[in-house]
Design a protein around this ligand. Structure first.
Ligand code: ATP
Ligand code: MG
Length: 611
């Protein structure tokens, strides 16, 4: 299913890629050099993310450039220059200071994608608080749990979100000392403060205190795709990896108009939706509204987006909407498209090439890794369906765990599988700058992620003879059938190569003979009808390409698939529902909004982020 690779044509680059010779960069790259190239705080006072992202631009000509161009739901456009962002974030840092918030204290954000979110995030980092952005669509209980686990001392939110989601749990949060409301109109609600008034009264200058690279920066929760979300703790040194990877893997240049569609409630929305683009001095778009096909194409065109970072779920929605939505649009400003979050099926990569003249560049990373680790690069061949090659500075291996985990005496290690095309767990040599430093409240779980100096990702992959990595599935989602191990990704990739299928999810269900058999849920293009003929055709299509042992035994047409709010298919939930098992932690569940009313697996119809 690998198909032909897509070769970049050097003459067609509008700007020379940051990474032109992958092998040479891999051989010579050193994290120490990348770190030394950063500005650093004045007088050698360390490395602070907000200094690199904001303050360091304020002395040069970049100060007047637009840092954030915000598009409101009602189509207002607000431009914030680097200078203004510098002042506003300093005011916020001063507000924290006046409130007695100490470096290391937890500052949580519960906001839609409004300017205040970006100001508070960077201001909190200036003050060396530990920042946790939450999805505004979370319900009260997930909010309470995360605030409690992260010892949230400050919460920045809107009046509406406060009243609906925080008031019901506030009494259970004794550590939550200050709630700052961004949109007070009149008197702030009881027990809260008017952030706008506090900002106005605060000084617009703030000297960032000494920041050791190991100073905690962000506490980010994982997506909860495989179970209860874990809180991954990051440090200020992560900025070295943010900048490096945004240059290499997103090919960001300072003059880009850049759009990352991820919400900061998910790590992509902070690492590449706040920190990295600002650190590189680009103009970054923020759209307050949720996904909408026509709106998205309009934004790409009207804003002249040059680099676009999005997710497979969004790409497949655009594919499903059909090309009519593109008629008359001029998207020629686009020069690089990247995707992250879950497997990007080959059909989606090719759709990018056919639709925009640009393949979609898949990349892989996790909340735990803090930054992109594996990527398809602008100047390197793209193999549709592969997540690409390790970023320079990152050593990746395919490994097998050794030792009996059940036996407390056993020596646990890893065996590195050097041969190409062998399936195993994707591991990364520990020590890159943005590596998480612990799982909050679960140090033993953190320790279990490391063996012999390798971080074990929990994802299964293989590496081909050219060094490209192919995602097979999460170890929890792998299907064991008649002695074979089947990764859902390959089966889903084949199903979505069928003209009628836009999205697919594959799980294993128990079978007396085979142990497990493969069951697939497919989402069709709107013009396709679910008929017995189509299903037979699809079965035949899958069998021909995968063989009878791997092809799905059963294929079901779904109206929607259960996904996390970061857009990942929750196979564990499909399985639990199929088998009538406990559904587990659903705090991050979002139903596929394409068709909520008829979905086989509707989720809670929670409100969208508001302020
Ligand atoms: P949880 O750990 O709570 O189950 P999660 O793993 O989905 O949630 P994230 O850290 O947001 O939380 O997601 C990282 C995971 O997403 C990776 O481990 C991988 O399984 C998947 N992923 C990310 N990018 C890709 C990609 N390009 N191809 C395939 N899978 C990807
Ligand atoms: Mg995970």
């Amino acid at each position: 299913m690998s198909g032909a690779s897509l070769r970049p044509v050097a003459d067609e680059f509008r700007v020379p890629p940051n990474l032109t010779d992958y092998e040479a960069a891999r051989a010579s790259f050193r994290w120490e050099d990348a770190r030394d190239a950063l500005a650093g705080l004045p007088d050698g006072a360390g490395l602070n993310i907000a200094h690199e992202a904001v303050d360091r631009h304020l002395t040069g000509e970049r100060a007047t450039r637009t840092a954030i161009r915000w598009l409101s739901k009602s189509d207002d456009v607000v431009e914030i220059s680097y200078r203004e962002l510098g002042e506003r974030t300093s005011r916020f840092a001063n507000v924290l200071d006046h409130l007695g918030v100490a470096p290391g204290d937890g500052v949580f954000l519960l906001l839609g994608r409004v300017p205040a979110l970006y100001v508070a995030a960077l201001g909190a980092l200036k003050h060396r608080a530990v920042l946790t952005p939450l999805f505004a669509a979370f319900g009260p209980e997930p909010i309470r749990q995360r605030l409690e686990l992260g010892h949230g001392r400050v919460l920045v939110t809107s009046r509406r979100l406060y009243e609906r989601k925080v008031v019901p749990v506030r009494a259970q949060l004794p550590e939550l000392a200050h709630v700052l409301i961004v949109d007070v109109d009149g008197e702030p609600p009881d027990g809260t403060l008017d952030l706008t008034a506090l900002l106005e009264a605060a000084s617009p200058s703030y000297a960032i205190g000494p920041t050791d690279p190991e100073t905690p920066s962000l506490l980010h929760f994982t997506s909860g795709t495989t179970g209860t979300p874990k809180g991954a703790q990051h440090v200020h040194e992560a900025i070295v990896a943010h900048i490096t990877t945004a240059r290499f893997a997103l090919d960001l240049h300072p003059d880009d108009i850049y759009w990352c569609t991820a919400d900061p409630g998910w790590v992509t929305g902070t690492s590449y939706g706040i920190v990295a683009p600002l650190a590189l001095g680009v103009t970054m778009l923020v759209d307050e509204a949720e996904y909408d096909t026509a709106r998205w194409y309009h934004i790409l065109e009207e804003q002249g987006v040059s680099v676009w970072y999005t997710a497979p779920t969004a790409i497949r929605r655009l594919m499903r909407a059909g090309d009519d939505a593109l008629t008359g649009r001029d998207l020629s400003s686009l020069r690089f498209i990247a995707s992250v979050g879950e497997p990007l099926n080959p059909a989606a990569v090719l759709w990018g090439r056919d639709t925009f003249g640009l393949p979609i560049h898949d990349n892989w990373w996790q909340t735990e890794t803090g930054a992109i680790m594996v990527a398809n690069f602008a100047a390197v061949d793209v193999k549709p369906g592969s997540m690409g090659l390790p970023v320079p500075g990152i050593e990746a291996a395919i490994v097998r765990r050794t030792g009996d985990e059940e036996d407390p005496e056993a020596e646990l290690g890893v065996e590195i599988l050097h041969e190409p095309d062998v399936e195993g767990e994707l591991a990364l040599k520990a020590g890159w700058p943005s590596m998480f430093r612990t799982y909050l409240g679960q140090p033993e779980h953190y320790a279990r992620c490391f063996r012999d100096g390798w971080y074990l990702s929990g994802d299964l992959a293989r590496r081909d003879a050219d060094g490209y990595l192919w995602f097979l599935g999460r170890s929890d989602d792998v299907i064991k059938t008649a002695g074979h191990l089947i990764g859902p990704t390959e089966v889903e990739g084949v199903l979505t190569a069928h003209d009628a299928v836009v999205e697919a999810a594959v799980i294993g269900i128990p079978d007396e003979v085979a142990g497990e058999v493969v069951k697939a849920y497919v989402l069709l293009y709107p013009e396709e009808e679910s008929t017995p003929e189509l299903l037979r055709d699809l079965q035949g299509f899958a069998r021909k390409r995968l063989g009878p042992a791997v092809a799905p035994r059963e294929i079901v047409v779904a109206k929607s698939l259960p996904k996390t709010r970061s857009g990942k298919i929750m196979r564990r939930l499909l399985k639990a529902r199929e088998l009538g098992l406990d559904e587990g932690d659903l705090s991050t569940l979002e139903s596929d909004v394409d068709d909520r009313s008829h979905g086989v697996t509707p989720g809670p119809d929670d409100e969208k982020g508001q302020t």
